[in-house]
Design a protein around this ligand. Structure first.
Ligand SMILES: Cc1cc2nc3c(=O)[nH]c(=O)nc-3n(C[C@H](O)[C@H](O)[C@H](O)COP(=O)(O)O)c2cc1C
Length: 229
């Protein structure tokens, strides 16, 4: 492929595990972060990424929102005090990163059957009225509508147990990917790809197989994305 044929995309990469990708004891290495790292490396081999934005919200979580934060959000732009603008500065930055992105990669462990509180804190900062969605009661029972569009989301997860997929033995306990799917609408996502590594707590051949599948899927998806994004 000629370089001119390659795409020039902005990629936003969010990691959410509290574990580092590399530790003195490799058995403590974050699985989700390492698959995501490998995926990003493959993407850059297949297409030119103009801008790469990285946030490790697992290790550096955004603060929880507060009553004052909500007050600032609902204060009209021209009435916001300097203090309110300051309170929203991080949210503004995080939203600008999403707005700029063509491809969003979110890697996340499952904690207590859902996303880490650190990742939820990031979502609470970025799903914001008149920024990522607007609200209009004339739309009837569905007043919220996203303001961003056409983004591709890649979700990379690691779980200790297994069977969280549709029809799986723990589908009814699956609150990580379904929640991310619901929220992705407000990031302006139109296409979602999913890579899951399971069985970490069993540390058996099924875990090895699941890991290998996830790494293979990451490489295949990186190649596929270069032809469609
Ligand atoms: C606090 C905590 C809660 C967890 N809760 C679950 C759970 O509800 N279901 C599950 O399948 N695995 C659970 N696990 C296992 C993790 O999902 C698994 O270790 C995963 O590999 C962590 O992601 P990482 O390797 O990227 O850090 C939990 C782990 C931790 C540390």
């Amino acid at each position: 492929m000629h370089y001119e044929d390659k795409h020039h995309d902005t990629l936003l990469h969010i990691d959410a595990s509290v574990r580092a990708a590399k530790n003195d004891n490799p058995s403590h290495d974050s699985i989700s972060k390492n698959i995501a790292k490998c995926f990003i490396e493959s993407v850059t081999q297949h297409q030119a990424i103009d801008e790469y934005i990285y946030r490790d919200v697992g290790v550096n979580p955004p603060p929880f929102i507060t009553q004052d934060w909500i007050g600032a959000v609902f204060t009209p732009e021209n009435k916001k005090t300097a203090e309110q603008k300051q309170l929203l500065a991080l949210s503004d930055t995080l939203i600008a990163e999403i707005a700029a992105a063509d491809i969003i990669v979110i890697s996340s462990p499952m904690y207590n059957y859902g996303m880490p509180a650190q990742l939820k804190a990031w979502f609470d900062q970025v799903v914001r009225v008149n920024k990522t969605f607007d609200f209009d009661l004339s739309r009837g029972d569905f007043p919220l509508q996203p303001l961003l569009s056409c983004k591709t989301l890649v979700v990379i997860t690691s779980t200790g147990e297994f069977g969280f997929e549709q029809g799986g033995i723990r589908e009814h306990m699956s609150h990580l990917v379904p929640h991310l799917r619901t929220l992705s609408k407000y990031l302006g996502v139109s296409t979602i790809y999913e890579i899951a590594s399971e069985y970490q707590e069993f540390a058996d051949a099924r875990h090895q197989q699941s890991l290998e599948n996830a790494y293979r899927q990451a490489a295949e998806l990186a190649e596929h994305l270069s032809s469609v994004t």
